[in-house]
Design a protein around this ligand. Structure first.
Ligand SMILES: [Zn+2]
Length: 316
């Protein structure tokens, strides 16, 4: 079937074409309009149902941009939201924010009728914001990523508080450094969502996440990755951090370590998770962050429909 670009997307494309050829004032005005439209779109979309499925799509640092085919598969499966970020690996060279490319990718998705719910900032040992030796570089890259979000009207950025390993002895100093780094990243237009992380990373327990968020005085929110938590019940973590919740990462695991399987393939209690998210008033996107072989719009739509059906009728 031939891809038909939505009418609104055509208009965005024309505006963006001129914006690229104009001065900073026009670009800033455009960004302001996007922010405003984002607010209205968010309000109306989120009233329809408590959750809508979304899909995390990491993108390579160079080469192709999102294709018409990908965007039509997303739309056909009624997956209208994505999280995106630029894929980079520790030890594979110098990390970069790739801010211009990130902006291009976000605009390309929007042109295809897909909204960018959030951006995932780059992470790795070389840019660890909890390590005094690397925090400077980490803050720089995160700040550039946040600026790219602002430029294209994306209002949430997911940030890792650390890399690993972190020993018990160095933990208090690393937490302190992480908090100081995040404070330097505050931005009025882009919400920081600090992610809970597994193993020895910072934020591996409910108590530690809560302590970090409290130290940040409510200015920073959190992203709960339900397959990153193995020191208790993820349902209890959602319960404790619900007031800070800006977004979620959805996938299943084996109860021992992150696996990024599809919900139902592992041991997580999905009815419990969904009910707790509803109870805590989460009305954001149900953002799948699954292994590449599962990150297909058709699979995600089918999985979402399956787990939602298990629930008693929505009360919110
Ligand atoms: Zn993450």
């Amino acid at each position: 079937m031939a891809h038909q670009r939505p009418v609104l997307a055509d208009r965005f494309f024309i505006i963006e074409y001129f914006a690229q050829r104009s001065d900073g004032r026009f670009r800033r005005a455009l960004s302001w309009c996007y922010n405003l439209m984002g607010i209205f779109k968010g309000e109306t979309d989120m009233k329809r149902e408590p959750f809508e499925p979304g899909m995390s799509i990491w993108w390579p640092a160079c080469g192709r941009l999102p294709s018409d085919g990908l965007m039509s598969r997303l739309r056909e499966n009624n997956i209208n939201w994505i999280e995106t970020g630029i894929r980079q690996k520790s030890g594979s060279g110098k990390f970069q924010s790739h801010a211009e490319r990130l902006e291009k990718i976000a605009l390309r998705f929007r042109e295809g009728g897909i909204s960018v719910w959030s951006v995932h900032a780059p992470f790795g040992q070389e840019i660890d914001i909890s390590n005094p030796k690397t925090a400077g570089e980490g803050i720089k890259l995160n700040a550039e990523t946040i600026e790219a979000c602002r430029a294209v009207g994306v209002d949430k950025v997911v940030i890792h508080g650390s890399s690993e390993p972190i020993t018990e002895r160095e933990r208090p100093a690393r937490i302190e450094c992480c908090i100081e780094s995040v404070q330097k990243l505050y931005h009025p237009d882009v919400k920081i969502a600090l992610e809970n992380l597994p193993r020895t990373c910072l934020g591996n327990t409910t108590g530690e996440m809560l302590a970090i968020l409290k130290s940040l005085g409510g200015k920073v929110k959190c992203c709960i990755d339900v397959n990153h938590f193995h020191s208790g019940s993820i349902i209890d973590m959602i319960d404790a951090l619900g007031g800070y919740l800006a977004t979620v990462h959805i996938s299943d695991d084996d109860g021992l370590d992150e696996k990024h399987w599809l919900p139902g393939q592992g041991v997580l209690d999905w009815t419990g998770i969904l009910n707790k998210l509803r109870e805590k008033g989460y009305k954001g996107v149900f953002m799948y962050e699954v292994q590449k072989q599962f990150a297909k719009p058709g699979l995600i739509r089918a999985n979402y429909d399956m787990i939602i059906k298990q629930l008693p009728k929505a009360t919110v």
